[in-house]
Each structure stands twice: as C-alpha cells, then as structure tokens.
Design a protein around this ligand. Structure first.
Ligand code: ADE
Length: 263
C-alpha cells in the first residue's frame, strides 16, 4: 500500500518509522511519502493561510497551495486512490472504515491546520477521486496530523503480514466481524506471574477448559461493554444473545429491551 501525506509539519510523521508501522515500511508492506505543503506556496513567506471570508476567528488554509499539492501528489495516483481529509466535522472513523482503507492500494491524507482548508479544495478534488472528510472523535485537535497518525496506525495493523498473529486483529475490541465477540469491547487480559501483589489471575484461565475460558471471556466482554459502552450493547441483534448473555447483562444492571426479554 502507498500512503502520501500532505502537511505543513512533515516532522510530525516521524512516528511512522517506529514500531509496527516502521517495520511494515521496512518490509515493503506499506510505503510512506510525506510532503511539505509549503513546497507549493510561492511567496517569500510561503504563506498557506488567510483570514476567513465572512469573518470569525482563526485562519483558513488557502486553496492555491493545496490545489497544486494535490495535483502533484495524485498525478501518479494508483487506481482507486482515495483522499482522506481529517477534520472534526467529518464522518466518524470506525474499525470498518480502517478495514475498507486497508483494502485500498493508495491513500492520500491532506492534513489541515487552523480553521480548516478552503472548501473549494475538497469540492475540486471530488471531481477526480473519492474524498472522505473524517473525524477521529468528538473533540478538536490542533490539526489533522495527529488524526492522520491515528488512522494510519489503525489501517496499517490490518495490512496482511503486519501483525504477528493473524488472529489477533479479529479478537480486538470492534474487530470481531462475524466472530463470537463481534461488537463487544475486549475484556481483561493476564500473563505471568499467577499471583502479583496478592492478586490472582482468574482460575478459569488456568483450567485448560477452552469452552469455559471462551464463556468467561464473553461474560467479561459483555460486562465491560455494558459498563463502558451501553450504546454498543443496544446494537447487538437480539438473536446474537443467548440465555447466559442475557443473565450476565441483566446482573450488570443493563436494561434489556422488551423484545429481548421475551427470548
Ligand atoms: N482535526 C482537528 N480535530 C480533528 C478530529 N477530531 N478528527 C480529525 N481531524 C481533526
């Protein structure tokens, strides 16, 4: 996969050389190219922003450098390339979107600063490629760079050959797809020693009884999801909950819908 990033802070992307993504790049699974937007700003100060029409606080990124930058970067675009514009006013980034992007051969991230990029840049880009305006969460960051790093990390770990254990992505919170943990947050995990500061690892995990372990893990996932993300429990299809699931949820104080109670 090829990932181009356009930013006024290329150094922000040094973490791409570290850890899992750095290794993936080293092995040729993903290729990163970081471009300084100011390359395409031609005045002596290499200006990329101006006051907003209509007034208001802050500055808006001017269209000319962006137009040139996108033209230059996408002139060698691979088929099906997508432009991703991180913005707090975008569609929410979710695990399914990470999976969709991981199946693309080429992504271009356009990182805005200040109050954002002149809207005509996005309109213009849409005439030649798929453009997604994407938010990583309901909070405002200082720019698109940290949001792009978050998305690239989530995408990168899904690329074939990046994670050591192929199964580990499917076990993640949100990663279950159609698996038994689909739509649930992952429960607690433990490793050696068996006792630490007087706290013992739950006995079932040492039992070797795979069915009992799977049931315990599902119980814990249900409890955690009910406590932290009741919105996710509400989304689970009624026929995806068995009698034990309902018992766990009701003990966790989760109010099941009337139709679910009938099962
Ligand atoms: N830029 C600033 N805040 C952002 C957010 N929450 N998501 C994506 N890009 C952003």
């Amino acid at each position: 996969m090829r990932i181009d990033i356009i930013t006024i802070f290329p150094e922000y992307f040094r973490p791409l050389h570290v850890s899992l993504l750095g290794k993936a790049a080293g092995r040729g699974i993903v290729e990163f190219a970081v471009h300084d937007l100011r390359t395409w700003a031609h005045d002596t100060h290499r200006t990329v922003d101006d006051a907003p029409f209509g007034g208001g606080p802050g500055m808006v990124m001017t269209p000319a450098p962006w137009g040139e930058a996108l033209h230059a970067v996408t002139s060698t675009a691979l088929p099906g390339a997508r432009l991703v514009v991180p913005t707090p006013s975008g569609i929410p980034f979710r695990q399914e979107m990470a999976a969709t992007y991981a199946a693309c051969d080429h992504l271009v991230f356009a990182c805005g600063r200040y109050e954002g990029i002149d809207a005509r840049v996005i309109e213009d880009a849409r005439t030649s490629m798929v453009v997604d305006e994407v938010s990583v969460g309901d909070y405002v960051l200082s720019g698109g760079e940290p949001a792009a790093l978050v998305m690239i990390d989530a995408i990168g770990r899904l690329l074939p050959g990046v994670l050591g254990n192929v199964a580990s992505a499917a076990d993640d919170s949100f990663g279950g797809g159609a698996g038994p943990m689909a739509g649930l947050l992952e429960g607690p995990v433990y490793t050696r020693p068996r006792v630490w500061r007087g706290r013992e690892v739950p006995g079932v995990l040492l039992s070797g009884d795979h069915a009992a372990i799977a049931r315990w893990q599902r119980d814990e996932a249900l409890r955690r999801t009910a406590a932290y993300r009741p919105d996710l429990v509400a989304k689970i299809a009624a026929d995806a909950l068995d009698a034990r699931d309902r018992e766990v949820l009701s003990r966790a104080g989760f109010p099941l819908r009337g139709e679910d109670m009938a099962h």
